[in-house]
Ligand binder design. Structure first.
Ligand code: F6R
Length: 591
């Protein structure tokens, strides 16, 4: 939540920061701002709305140091005053911040001599720095002392009118430094600068970097210098762009055949699953608990079916946010698996920390390399989905399912070979896009939808409903089709389309019965069915077929694809902001 960027280099700062902010807007997009050091003065521009819509954007001014921010409001409404950068009262210090300062009220009281102009928690930071400088400290020391007064989570970048340097620091929120030729970039996420350099330093908690013509990193708590390695970003500029697609979401939907192949590459052999990064003695694991949020939580639910059916190990799935607050009964015989695209979700991170406190073994399934959850867990399996920019998760979800399927087979000592064909099967479904688009057109003016599935496709019903509601703002509910009779059936009339996930699996005959019940009450049915299912063709109003080659445990990797496409086109027909839905942000780093 919130994207921050900084540049220190040869004078193209404003343009680079604005370009970078556009790449970071998926992290928050209700307002934005930049501060540019130009001829020993700091100039600031702040606006509400998205940066892409800003008129007369002056990105041409000189400036060897510039910082920028794109906001997802937490403290204070959406206004220019609350947009970052926040300044000290003498306008000499500019700060951008991602995260939440928990003790900001207390600090505000302490700083009562200074005039606050915003309602944000962030504004205490430039004022703390100023307070320290008023006491005679230089900028670096003043920032370091200020950081030590902050409770909560933060990634910050700060600059001072009289100092030829930029300072950044982090605790609990991500921050990466891009290392170019005589120039440095600091950002919440590497797509902000990947077109300039692929060499990056991933900062760790309590790191503070002082950037001049070179970088010095210290631990701001102990004051000791620390060394951090430069790593190579493993995706390209094209991966981080939209290509010829109208939206990132559509591009990411289409990437899934390749993503799935990349996720499993080198991880399956003739008879075994190869995940050398996982070294767990499963004989000592009595129970697995899986945690995640949103789409990642639904991946966990699918994973629960996979692991229990394939390996026979007991699995329970919980929302990460609930797990951490209910004194969970986990111990050293429990393996806690966290699933997360960003690796930064606050609740999932806290769940892993809680599991570790209770001595459970921890394993995370993560997309973003080097992210907080990846670092916090005992072991990590990367999903290799590449940067996911669309706020609605698609390719990250399918890559998570692949990893969970591999884990299930590894725990069971079984051959996961069948997954090898899934990429090709997803490709076949994508060829049907035009037909799915027509169905979306037909239903796009409806106000409510029910998504119904059973067994391993029950979580896919939940995921289908989430996709639709988050990008089209249509009310949609996912349900177990078996639960319909216990209440939701009261909703059925000719204005309530029901999307049934009904492939030919062990629950098929039951779900056919549920479809009959909806038809008998005048409801319309869109069915996701197995290729060649003539009965379903007669029964449902509209059918989207998925290939029959995948076995039951792999079906969710196929059945979810038409649901992503339906949601995408319904939202598109309703002219919604698909990649940046209202009120959302890609990475939920606050509780
Ligand atoms: C929905 C979506 C969210 C995320 C959730 C967890 O499309 O993207 O529900 O799945 O916020 O995020 P990660 O996976 O980054 O932990």
């Amino acid at each position: 939540m919130c994207g921050i960027i900084g540049y220190r280099g040869t004078g193209k700062g404003p343009a680079i920061v604005i370009q970078g902010l556009k790449k970071l807007e998926y992290r928050g997009y209700d307002s934005w701002g930049i501060a540019v050091k130009s001829k020993d003065r700091i100039k600031v521009r702040k606006e509400t709305g998205q940066i892409g819509a800003a008129k007369g954007l002056d990105a041409t001014g000189d400036g060897s140091t510039a910082i920028g921010h794109t906001r997802w409001a937490t403290h204070g409404n959406v206004s220019r005053e609350n947009a970052h950068p926040h300044m000290s009262t003498d306008n000499k210090i500019a700060v951008v911040h991602n995260g939440i300062i928990d003790n900001y009220q207390e600090l505000k009281t302490r700083l009562a001599n200074y005039k606050f102009v915003s309602q944000t928690d962030t504004e205490v930071i430039p004022l703390l720095i100023k307070e320290n400088m008023d006491k005679g400290h230089d900028f670096t020391t003043a920032v370091r002392l200020a950081l030590n007064d902050l409770d909560g989570t933060f990634a910050i970048v700060a600059m001072h009118e009289d100092y030829d340097q930029m300072i950044c620091a982090k605790k609990g929120s991500p921050l990466v430094i891009g290392v170019g030729d005589n120039e440095f970039f600091v950002a919440s996420d590497s797509p902000a600068f990947v077109e300039h350099t692929r060499d990056a330093i991933i900062l760790k908690d309590n790191d503070m970097a002082v950037i001049r013509d070179n970088i010095g990193i210290m631990n701001y708590v102990t004051g000791e210098d620390v060394q951090r390695d430069i790593s190579r970003i493993d995706y390209s500029v094209e991966d981080a762009g939209k290509g010829d697609y109208e939206h990132f979401m559509l591009k990411e939907i289409h990437e899934q055949p390749d993503v799935v192949n990349r996720t499993i590459q080198g991880r399956i052999s003739k008879k075994r699953t190869l995940l050398p990064e996982v070294d767990i003695d499963m004989k000592k694991v009595k129970r697995i608990v899986m945690v995640g949020c949103g789409t990642a939580y639904y991946a966990c639910l699918v994973g629960e079916y996979m692991i229990e059916s394939i390996s026979g190990i007991r699995v329970e799935t919980e929302y990460a946010s609930e797990f951490r607050y209910r004194k969970p009964l986990v111990d050293r015989d429990t393996l806690v698996i966290a699933v997360t695209q960003s690796g930064e979700t606050a609740d999932t991170l806290a769940a892993i920390q809680e599991a570790k406190r209770k001595k459970a073994k921890t394993l995370s399934v993560v997309n973003v390399v080097g992210s907080s959850i990846a670092r916090e867990s005992d072991q990590v399996v990367y999903t290799r989905a590449g940067p996911e920019i669309g706020v609605a998760s698609t390719k990250a979800f399918t890559s998570q399912l692949c990893v969970l399927y591999l884990l299930a087979n590894m725990f069971a000592g079984k051959d996961p070979g069948k997954i090898a064909s899934v990429g090709k099967l997803i490709g076949k479904i994508l060829k049907d896009e035009k037909r799915i688009m027509e169905i979306a057109d037909q239903y796009h003016l409806k106000n409510n939808f029910l998504y119904l599935g059973r067994g391993i496709n029950f979580p896919i019903a939940l995921e289908g409903a989430l996709k639709l509601k988050e990008i089209s703002y249509i009310h949609a509910e996912g349900q177990s089709a078996a639960e319909m009779k216990h209440g939701p059936i009261a909703l059925i009339d000719n204005q309530m389309p029901c999307v049934f996930i009904a492939p030919k699996d062990s629950t098929y005959s039951k779900i056919v019965g549920n479809i009959e019940e909806v038809k008998a009450r005048g409801g319309s049915v869109i069915a996701i069915a197995t290729q060649g299912d003539e009965q379903m063709k007669k029964l449902a109003d509209d059918v989207i077929f998925v290939p029959k080659e995948a076995d039951e445990m792999l079906q969710p990797l196929l059945t979810v694809i038409p649901l992503q496409i339906i949601a995408y086109y319904i939202a598109n027909y309703r002219n919604c902001e698909i990649d940046k839905p209202r009120n959302l942000a890609k990475s939920v780093t606050v509780e």
